[in-house]
Design a protein around this ligand. Structure first.
Ligand SMILES: Cc1cc2nc3c(=O)[nH]c(=O)nc-3n(C[C@H](O)[C@H](O)[C@H](O)COP(=O)(O)OP(=O)(O)OC[C@H]3O[C@@H](n4cnc5c(N)ncnc54)[C@H](O)[C@@H]3O)c2cc1C
Length: 476
């Protein structure tokens, strides 16, 4: 018997339920289909494409080490699966589920079409600890608040152990033809992503290394370290989780195995697992409220008086707002394809509140430039910060980039790293160069308006304007 395993956001051999099930039924044909149209409005952005290119190359190599290979094709997923099923005489098709609205619609149609022709289709859970439909409130409704959602998850059975990596994979007698990964042309044409390989190894091994680094260096102090932008205090596993180079079960299990030496360390492990819980919550929300990718969960925000400005949006995107923490974060994003979580909250608050630019604009930029761009997490993150989503920060909580720098980048190392033209400014001038004396600016070689921009907006004035806009919306 031959089974097709359709690989998508599960670029790994270990703990891969779809691959395991396919292998149990006989010969396996691992398939990847480049089908950006099938993702509807959310086809992969530039940074994601870079990751796909390298992630697929590495997966193909791992499969070849087991005597198998990755059959790559491009086009409409349903049509390609249909012809592959004919070519290989496959009797079953397996995949791990996706939760984005367009993928659910497409996958359901494919399932129905194969079922009606007598080919078995099995979907599996390879990406989440809890299926979105398995968790509900006492009145059988989806959760909109994180704490009770996570409590309810934790009350469920303990997590399964991760599945072992297959030792060998039998292939079909005749392999179907495939396209080369290069022919998909996923790598950016510009030199934009040249630095990415310094920061990321998009392979299953790369994910395990990142997890080991986190456990050795940062997990025990995660509760406080996660907020520091100047240190590597978090796991940096987000792109690996998004592309499935590691599964949440593997992460959960690795942390669960650790024996905390004291209460503080235990609290750090629990906090870390609850962040994995936020990822679960984001998928729960996306599944139950699919319209939130473009519209606020709190519908009153549809009338919010945003003030679009192309110039201000571009200054934010390019990291030249004149507010050092915001610029540092936006440049970190551009150079590495990733941004620290606290920095994400600060730049999202600055865009939606100080600049009054709609959260959808920020979400779209993140979608294109983040290597971990994830429809569930990105939608939740933006709506949370803009105050219009589930369990959101109240709208009037406006992050002050200056006090956020003082608290979470106290020596200014994060800003100096990404905004080198301010390197020589002493703290606290570094956090707010517009208040520095002429002498201090001159000593540091900073000429505001020339070597570094004047602030795009006045933080305190725009804070008041945002609160007035909020009152205006509530008045309607
Ligand atoms: C405006 C905004 C946009 C965001 N967009 C994305 C996105 O597109 N993709 C993405 O993966 N995360 C997104 N996040 C959430 C969070 O910033 C990142 O997951 C985190 O910074 C990734 O770094 P890490 O792996 O070191 O996280 P860690 O602190 O080590 O956390 C471990 C894992 O938990 C999950 N996680 C952590 N925080 C959150 C959260 N708030 N919501 C959902 N899951 C979380 C991630 O999978 C992460 O890898 C966004 C947050 C904001 C405020």
């Amino acid at each position: 018997m031959t089974a097709i395993v359709w690989l998508r956001h599960d670029l790994r051999l270990a703990d891969n339920p779809a691959l395991r099930a396919a292998a149990e039924s006989g010969a396996v044909v691992p398939v990847y289909i480049w089908d950006p149209e099938g993702d509807g409005d959310w086809s992969p952005g530039g940074a994601s494409k870079w990751w796909w290119h390298h992630g697929l190359t590495s997966l193909d190599k791992s499969l070849r080490d087991l005597g198998s290979r990755l059959v790559v094709r491009q086009g409409r997923s349903g049509e390609i699966l249909e012809s592959l099923a004919k070519e290989t005489e496959a009797e079953s098709i397996h995949w791990n589920r996706r939760y984005e609205p367009a993928a659910i619609k497409r996958d359901s149609a494919i399932k129905e079409s194969f079922k009606s022709r007598g080919i078995e289709v099995q979907s599996h859970n390879g990406s989440l600890l809890f299926e979105p439909w398995e968790v509900s409130t006492k009145s059988d409704a989806p959760y909109k608040v994180f704490s009770p959602f996570w409590r309810s998850c934790l009350e469920k059975e303990s997590q399964r152990s991760p599945l072992a990596r297959p030792q060998q994979l039998d292939g079909p007698e005749h392999w179907p033809e495939g396209d080369s990964i290069d022919s998909l042309q996923l790598e950016p044409q510009l030199d934009w992503a040249d630095e990415f390989p310094r920061w990321w190894d998009p392979s299953e091994k790369g994910a395990q290394k990142e997890l080991e680094r986190f456990i050795e260096e940062a997990a025990a102090t995660y509760k406080s370290g996660r907020n520091r932008m100047d240190v590597d205090g978090s796991s940096r596993l987000s792109p690996y989780l998004h592309f499935g180079a590691i599964s949440p079960h593997q992460v959960w299990h690795a942390i669960d195995q650790l024996k905390p030496s004291n209460g503080t360390v235990k609290a750090s492990y629990e906090t870390y697992l609850s962040e994995i819980g936020w990822r679960e919550f984001a998928h729960h929300l996306l599944y139950h409220f699919p319209h939130t990718t473009g519209n606020a969960l709190r519908s009153e925000f549809d009338d919010f008086p945003w003030e679009p400005s192309k110039n201000e949006l571009e200054a934010w995107q390019q990291g030249r707002t004149g507010v050092p923490l915001v610029d540092a974060a936006m440049r970190q994003l551009w150079r590495t394809g990733w941004m620290h979580n606290r920095a994400r909250m600060v730049v999202a608050s600055f865009l939606t509140k100080n600049l009054l630019i709609a959260w959808q604009e920020g979400a779209a930029w993140f979608w294109d430039t983040l290597v971990d761009a994830d429809l569930a997490n990105n939608t939740l993150g933006w709506q949370w910060t803009a105050g219009c989503g589930a369990d959101a920060a109240p709208y009037f909580r406006i992050f002050n980039p200056v006090s956020q720098s003082e608290k979470h980048d106290p020596k200014g190392d994060y800003i100096r790293r990404w905004v080198p033209e301010l390197e020589k400014l002493d703290t606290p001038d570094l956090f707010k160069p517009w208040e520095a004396s002429n002498d201090a600016l001159e000593r540091a070689g900073v000429n505001l308006g020339e070597t570094y921009p004047e602030p795009l907006v006045d933080l305190s004035e725009t804070r008041k304007r945002a609160l007035a806009a909020y009152d205006d919306m509530r008045g309607k």
